[in-house]
Write a protein that binds this ligand. Structure first.
Ligand SMILES: NC(=O)c1ccc[n+]([C@@H]2O[C@H](COP(=O)([O-])OP(=O)(O)OC[C@H]3O[C@@H](n4cnc5c(N)ncnc54)[C@H](O)[C@@H]3O)[C@@H](O)[C@H]2O)c1
Length: 370
């Protein structure tokens, strides 16, 4: 392969390619297509030629490939969106970074902490290609407003929080061969579904220090858990209850944080707008909190569009990727901590999840758990 292109600061639209043209790739392509001044989709890659052809025709993508390396060699994109099943992310991310292309990888970025660390190690350093992970719920104006108010000290200390992803997936959902298996999905709702809300919680509350958890298979015929419950402690003093479920007929995604001076609540399902957030001031703080809340940032729904806009801006300006590998690893470490605590039967800290831990190499710790 010829030498990689330089990646910092493209001036025209960023040359983007997508790998994996299934379900979620449509959200990526729609967002990119709505940003013609910032991005140009130059190619798509999929091993399923029928799916690839339909996708290319829907989004008017000029070139199609069944082989990632051939696409990279021919098209030399500046950015590749990796939208394949999680078990393929590591080799595909390494291949793209090795060819000089920055990467936006879908969640979960990898099957394990070991894989996520290998991906981070493949980044190019200063001015080189970087890796961003899709955690789109950080990027809505509601989350940004809460972060700004918390950072400014308006809300006081966070004390207690709830982070619940209670969704419903029938047994047929797991007919897709890669779902419901440790080898290919890396875990159940903790890894594949609740990871979004857990990432949002961490982006609001910061470093976690200890987790104590239980994972269960309550109702689905799968290898992984279908429910997990955890207590998570934070360096800033807050304690949170985290619930992840795929067996909950009344579905919702919920975050609630009781700060000293206000309760902040978010209730949505797969994405939120400003109206999905609510704030309740503590007695005595009504005016201060209401004024600060009403003057905060507004107008951006969470979702792929919000994050992809920032990814393109970061690439053009040569700044850090929105959701760095370090941030993505912190969230993955909490996922691994939930499994390590559930299957090890004791509280787990981030320091317990180094290379010596069986939960570093695999989210199930390398054994059959049920
Ligand atoms: N961010 C979100 O909200 C969100 C939502 C759903 C899924 N996802 C994530 O997106 C990823 C893909 O999920 P999906 O639901 O789109 O899956 P999918 O099965 O619908 O699509 C995956 C595509 O990858 C293709 N593929 C398989 N092997 C390939 C290879 N070697 N090279 C190129 N293409 C290959 C398949 O043919 C398929 O078209 C997963 O990591 C999933 O967790 C994220």
């Amino acid at each position: 392969m010829s030498p990689p292109p330089t990646v910092s600061g493209p001036t025209g639209p960023v040359r983007v390619a997508l790998v994996g043209t299934g379900n979620i790739a449509r959200f990526h392509a729609s967002a990119l297509a709505s940003l013609p001044e910032q991005a140009e989709i130059v190619a798509a890659v999929d091993v399923d030629t029928e799916v690839l052809t339909a996708f290319r025709s829907r989004f008017a993508i000029p070139a199609g490939y069944t082989d990632l390396s051939a696409m990279l060699e021919d098209q030399r994109p500046e950015l590749v969106h990796v939208c394949t099943p999680p078990g393929l992310h590591l080799p595909q991310v390494q291949t793209c970074l090795g060819a000089g292309a920055s990467v936006l990888v879908e969640k979960p970025p990898a099957l394990s902490l070991a894989e996520a660390e290998k991906m981070a190690a493949a980044e190019g350093g200063e001015g080189g290609p970087w890796l961003a992970t899709v955690f789109q719920h950080r990027f809505g104006s509601g989350a940004r407003r809460v972060r700004a108010l918390a950072d400014a000290g308006v809300l006081g200390r966070p004390l207690v929080a709830a982070c619940h992803t209670t969704w419903f997936r029938p047994q047929e959902y797991f007919d897709v061969p890669w779902r419901g298996r440790w080898e290919t999905e890396g875990g159940g709702p903790t890894m594949g579904h609740g990871i979004h809300q857990m990432d949002l919680l961490l982006s609001l509350l910061g470093e976690w220090t200890e987790v104590s958890a239980t994972a269960r298979r309550q109702a689905r015929d799968v290898e992984t858990e279908d429910v997990s419950l955890a207590r998570v402690d934070f360096a800033g003093g807050a304690v949170a209850s985290v619930v992840n479920s795929l067996v909950s007929p009344q579905e919702e995604s919920r975050i609630r944080i009781d700060y000293e001076r206000a309760t902040v609540e978010l209730v949505h399902l797969y994405g939120y707008g400003d109206s999905d957030w609510r704030i309740t001031p503590a007695p005595g703080f009504e005016e201060e909190i209401t004024t600060a809340w009403e003057s905060g940032e507004r107008g951006t729904d969470s979702g792929h569009h919000a994050q992809i806009t920032q990814v393109l801006t970061a690439l053009r300006q040569g700044t850090a990727p929105p959701v760095t590998s370090a941030e993505s690893l912190r969230t993955m470490r909490l996922v691994a901590g939930v499994y390590a605590s559930s299957f090890g039967g004791r509280p787990v800290t981030p320091a317990d999840l180094g290379p010596e831990s069986p939960f570093h190499a695999r989210m199930d710790g390398g054994g059959v758990r049920w």
